[in-house]
Ligand binder design. Structure first.
Ligand code: XBP
Ligand code: MG
Length: 260
């Protein structure tokens, strides 16, 4: 029997809908500040999201959209500087309360803590972004809710590589059988699967609703709240009250590991 002990959360698109009106806007602010006329429209950004990691995404943009562009100085240094300013703008947006947590996220986190489940973050984004999101939505105490915040460059290979999930489980000292992951994207599904996790709850968003979620235990449009039900888009587990609570998470985990 795979006893559930920990919940591992992706951040962007899962804890909060951060990409279209958050990260994308912050990238454009950093580009404008640097005097670059690059404008990542929502459509272009949706395509660039195929590559995880902000610095990697800038490199991907240059190689695919501006192959003849050359920085005056060392490209890696210039990209790192641009990304640092982008993180400044993104964390500033979070501090201004621009991006709330998605429905049901804070409720489930609090319930999971009260029921003794351990919590971790496994994300491609920069650690400063995780701290800014949690402290400006829940409060500074939220940083202590997560035993592990595995984020960004702490691993050599970002999602869809499994590294960040392997890192999180190693630091929790838990095997995949004891962990359930929450994700929003195809890159996330691959990372979770290749890290050996079998129980995976997907909550889709505007950029990922058409992704291939084969391998996820259930696919939902959101975690739901009492009175504001989620929609089950794939998977056989139907939340009783129309929203995801710890009881249904435990059932999803049991189903994923083949036990009723
Ligand atoms: C999403 C990402 C990140 C963010 C931008 O991470 O791929 O790169 O888009 O953040 P996840 P940075 O879904 O794993 O949370 O610019 O800090 O990378
Ligand atoms: Mg994500």
């Amino acid at each position: 029997m795979a006893e559930l002990e920990a919940l591992l959360f992706d951040v962007d698109g899962t804890l909060a809908d951060t990409e279209r009106d958050g990260h994308r806007v912050a990238f454009n602010s950093a580009f404008a500040e640097a005097g670059l006329d690059w404008n990542w429209t929502p459509e272009l950004y949706g395509r660039l999201l195929e590559v995880t990691g902000g610095k990697e995404r800038i490199r991907h943009f240059l190689s695919t959209e501006l192959p003849d562009f050359r920085f005056p100085g060392d490209a890696d240094t210039e990209i790192a500087n641009l990304h640092e300013r982008k993180t400044h703008y993104f964390t500033q947006m979070l501090a201004e309360g621009a991006i709330p947590l998605r429905p049901g996220v804070e409720r489930l986190l609090r319930e999971a803590r009260n029921m003794g489940l351990r919590l971790a973050v496994a994300t491609t984004t920069t650690p400063a972004n995780v701290e800014a999101l949690l402290t400006h939505t829940i409060g500074p105490e939220a940083m202590d809710w997560f035993e592990v915040i595995a984020a960004g460059d702490v691993v050599p290979n970002k999602k869809p590589a499994p590294d960040i999930y392997v890192y999180a489980m190693e630091h929790l000292n838990l095997a995949p059988e004891a962990c359930l992951a929450f994700e929003d994207s195809e890159n996330g599904v691959h990372a979770v699967r290749d890290a050996g996790l079998r129980s995976l709850i997907i909550t889709t968003n505007g950029y990922t609703e058409d992704h291939n979620f084969n391998g996820a235990t259930v696919v939902l449009d959101q975690l739901g709240e009492p009175g504001s039900p989620c929609r089950v888009l794939a998977g056989d587990v139907v939340p009783n009250g129309g929203y995801i609570d710890v009881d249904i998470v435990r059932l999803i985990h049991a189903v994923a590991w083949g036990a009723e």
